[in-house]
Design a protein around this ligand. Sequence first.
Ligand code: NAP
Length: 300
Amino acid sequence: MGGAPARESRLQSASHQDLPEPAASGWQSNAAQYNPGPPRAGQFSFIAPSERLGPAIETRVAIVTGASRGIGRAIALRLAADGRLVVLVSRSAEALGAVCREIQQAGGVAEARPCDVADGDALAGLVEDVASTHGRLDILVNNAGITRDGLVLRMSDEDFDTVMQVNLRSAFVACRAAARPMMRGRFGRIINISSVTGIIGNPGQANYAAAKAGLIGMTKSLAKELGPKGITANVVAPGFVETSMLDALSPQLREQVTKTLPVRRFGRPEEIAHAVSFVASDLSGYLTGQVLIIDGGLVC
Ligand code: NAP
């Protein structure tokens, strides 16, 4: 209807010029020179409503945890290609710097902010600082994750707690810190990366499955709590995706699993990023509390 463009411009009030110069704290940004322009050959051509409304409309700011490699890296590249200013988080400053440069060379805008998401105070401080530095926070992708597999009889308390802290508690801490700036902007997209393991379980992954199932319950609660404020909360649950997380799988097990998958292959990180891009878009405001399973048909 006719009222939609006016609402969009209220949601995105400042201009690109209001974005700060790179701070002296070690992170990098080319935000000051940011001008999305028309998509170039090889770039994604999805045009967000903010871009359609012209250059006076500010870029949405996204945080992606676990952005140094694998699925998180692909999500960061994709959101940057969509025209978002992407804040990259993981423990490795060097790897984040490389992803940051990759985004910048493709004409996108990114900042690297090294942080261990298991450190709740550091993570909450980072989220608050991003929101205050840029005057907004629109998209939060909680993707950082680890495994500490073992059969339940042999699983230590430490392995259980570490997985819960990195995979679940960090998402809670980041969502809590992000809720206030998102409420201020009356817009938000929270996307938590779970796993099909959180839905169907997996022998040797009681800790991982518990954390991933916990993300689903938490996300549905956030969807109900924050929906009235214009904030959506959804889960993307991948199946087997080609990243370093699957390095431990033997070739025999890979072959065995592949045969059971309707699409007869493992997923690519870009295919998960595609789902995240869809959920994060301005046009996905009526999608909340959902679990998007991207698994080649493993759970169907
Ligand atoms: P990956 O290649 O091992 O990447 C994991 C990412 O998380 C890295 O960027 C890592 O960066 C970061 N990370 C780990 N611990 C962290 C910590 N304490 N603080 C900050 N960052 C941390 O794994 P992936 O396959 O891309 O997995 C990404 C997400 O998808 C995870 O949540 C995973 O559970 C989920 N998933 C993966 C699959 C799959 O088949 N690959 C399937 C279902 C779900 P640093 O090491 O630099 O800190």
